[in-house]
Design a binder for this molecule. Structure first.
Ligand code: UDP
Ligand code: MG
Length: 316
């Protein structure tokens, strides 16, 4: 099979018929063999009924329904587990992404060696309150991940080599960072394609302003887990030691200063009157705690089931 299209959806009953018809038209025009996997993320409108009706005339459609709303990442993860096509396309259900982009995305993955192609909504039809924070979000993600060629990490329209989706795991709200997760898993050919974007035709957006705060927290987690997940002590250890040593040497200095003053008979302040003393106390305590946190994190990661999970590309 050439293409699997994965579509996570939550209360998108009005869009689905138009979307699947459009996809079918594109697929027929280009003679692709394909499947459309609609993942109903616990909708409480008639989305599931619509999916069942669509499937009757369109056998390439398959549907997966969650009992409740788990979020877009969960929906993608389940969709990824089910795909069979060589190239996997994800798109939003709200008709903001255009299926006309599929042939070019397919070509770049299939014939031009891309592991992942991310859409870039260069011209967006979203309110300013959304586009402005998004710019900031993207530039932070770019600099932290080292993926400098992407302008739009969170674009719903993406294409993947099948290998990629089978070896990554998307959970929580990590769908915003799939390119970063893919890079950590060792897929380095990450490209971008300018795509059409349209205003939402039916329904409303499912993410509020909280997305930006959660987004940044998730970014920190991704980096920590990606870089130090298998060796947490390498993160906590050095920071803890530095903090401890700073406090330790300050204390030594304070004591030495006082002893010297006593020996010389000059006036001196009580150690407890000096701000430096309290700072030293604090850094020693923080240092010890970081160190202990490192130990505990090592114990936790040693017990995790995927401590020896690596992405093996080939064996001969
Ligand atoms: N979505 C989902 N589960 C959720 C929230 C959203 O499956 O809990 C789907 C939604 O139906 C749409 C896609 O994720 O197909 C993107 O959502 P939306 O268009 O609301 O996001 P925006 O375009 O505002 O970023
Ligand atoms: Mg949308």
């Amino acid at each position: 099979m050439d293409i699997s299209v994965v579509i996570p959806l939550y209360n998108e009953e009005e869009s689905l018929p138009e979307l699947t018809d459009w996809i079918r038209k594109v697929m027929l025009d280009h003679n692709f063999s394909y499947e459309i996997i609609l993942v109903d993320d616990g909708s409480n409108d008639k989305s599931w009924q619509v999916i069942m009706d669509l499937k009757k005339e369109h056998p390439q459609i398959s549907g997966i329904k969650f009992r409740r709303n788990y979020g877009k990442s969960a929906a993608l993860n389940v969709g990824f587990a089910a795909v069979q096509g060589d190239v996997v396309i994800t798109m939003d259900a709200d008709l903001q992404d255009s299926p006309d982009e599929i042939p070019e995305l397919y070509d770049r993955v299939k014939n031009q060696g891309a592991d992942l192609v991310s859409g870039w909504k260069q011209k967006r039809y979203d309110p300013l309150t959304k586009t402005l924070p998004t710019k900031l979000f993207n530039s932070v993600t770019r600099s932290m991940s080292g993926i400098n060629n992407l302008h739009d990490f969170n674009c719903g329209l993406k294409a993947y080599k099948k290998d990629v989706v089978k070896s990554i795991e998307v959970y929580g709200e990590m769908h915003r960072y799939i390119p970063v997760i893919a890079k950590w898993a060792g897929f380095s050919n990450i490209q971008e394609q300018v795509v059409q974007h349209r205003a939402r035709k039916y329904g409303t957006t499912k993410f509020g302003a909280g997305r930006f705060i959660k987004g940044f927290l998730d970014l920190m987690s991704i980096f920590f887990v990606g870089k130090f997940g298998k060796r947490p002590m390498h993160f906590f250890g050095p920071v803890g030691v530095i903090s401890f040593l700073v406090g330790f040497f300050c204390t030594v200095y304070l004591i030495a200063e006082k002893l010297i003053s006593i020996a010389n008979g000059t006036s001196y302040r009580n150690i407890t009157d000096q701000p430096l003393f309290f700072l030293s106390l604090l850094t020693i305590m923080i240092g010890t705690q970081l160190f202990l946190t490192g130990f505990i994190a090592e114990l936790v990661s040693r017990n995790s089931t995927d401590r020896n999970n690596y992405h093996i590309e080939r064996v001969i």
